[in-house]
Write a protein that binds this ligand. Structure first.
Ligand code: UTP
Length: 290
């Protein structure tokens, strides 16, 4: 079955980014001049997704405004003769059909996905976390959909992480199938490195079969009192084949301060308008520190 729907959970509290996230959703913090969420929606649209459900929450209204048409701004820009900007703003509101649902309480990623049940219906769907961006030649989700089309099973986007980073992620117990693809035997959320089944971490991209909803409904709160998607995926892997695909590209956790800064620097350096000037500036900063 073709993957045409994606779910983007963006209802988390963003406590790692307080006080910035008191009134501004972390998914709207810009990397250079573009909100994180826009990069993610562009990736979904370039991967062939037609309908996107954003799981939103209290204090997240800026997300809806950003992906809506802005008549007042466009009228002002037209009056000022800034037609390039009008096109650029119009392209944001026509990226995909964007739908919203509110997660009334941030009870965890698993609970956020459960809020997508009636939108998804009985088809496999994609999940892109609202604070993870991936820079890749071929969009990360497109790579995963290609793998899904071969296996017709749930696919988790993974990469190897360093030993000290293992306790930040869901880690899989992996059985190699072919280059870049493992069968998932089990999963552990944020294990201690010495207890982890591997160093292969799930990094913010998933294709999941709709069986996950029944499992989520029966998942008790796990680590941190939250309903963990990892626990339901682990149960899914006991019922039907689940695969992990090592995607190509660099992934940034822009919900963490370091990840946000890394993304900002690297995206800025690759920009044709400011990259060279920013690189020259960074050299002076490094020179000062040396
Ligand atoms: P995170 O754990 O990174 O988000 O969830 P968080 O809880 O906002 O982060 P901190 O630790 O407080 O800084 C990964 C993704 O899942 C969403 C978040 O918005 C983020 O995009 N999420 C998380 C929800 O939509 N609902 C939740 O209950 C939890």
């Amino acid at each position: 079955m073709k993957i045409t729907k994606a779910v983007i959970p963006a209802a988390g509290l963003g406590t790692r980014f307080l006080p910035a996230t008191k009134a501004v959703p972390k998914e709207m913090l810009p990397i250079v001049d573009t909100p994180t969420l826009q990069y993610i929606i562009e990736e979904a649209a370039q991967s062939g997704i037609e309908d996107i459900l954003i799981i939103s929450g209290r204090g997240k209204r800026a997300i809806e405004d950003h992906f809506d048409k802005s008549y007042e701004l466009e009228t002002e820009l037209a009056r000022a003769g800034k037609t390039d900007w009008i096109q650029s703003l119009e392209s944001i509101s026509s990226l995909a059909n964007i739908h919203y649902v509110r997660q009334k309480q941030a009870l965890g990623l698993g609970h956020a996905i459960l809020c997508a049940k009636s939108f998804v219906g009985n088809e496999p769907f994609a999940v892109l976390l609202g604070d993870d961006i991936v820079r890749a030649q071929k969009p990360c989700l497109r790579q995963m959909i290609d793998v899904y089309e071969k296996y017709e099973a749930s696919i988790l986007g993974v990469q190897e992480v360093s030993r000290e980073d293992i306790s930040k992620y869901g880690i899989i117990d992996a059985m190699p199938v072919e280059t870049g693809v493992n069968r998932v035997r089990g999963m552990v959320e944020k294990p201690k490195p010495e207890e982890a089944p591997s160093n292969i971490a799930v990094l913010g991209r998933y294709i999941i079969t709709p069986e996950i909803f029944t499992l989520l409904e029966n998942t008790r709160p796990g680590a941190g009192g939250e309903i963990q998607l990892t626990d339901a995926l682990c149960a899914l892997a006991q019922k039907e084949p689940v695969y992990a695909y090592t995607f190509e590209g660099k992934r940034y956790d822009v919900g963490s301060k370091i990840g946000f800064l890394q993304a900002t620097v690297e995206y800025a350096l690759s920009r044709s308008d400011i990259g060279a000037q920013f690189a020259a500036y960074l050299k002076t900063v490094i020179g000062d520190k040396a």
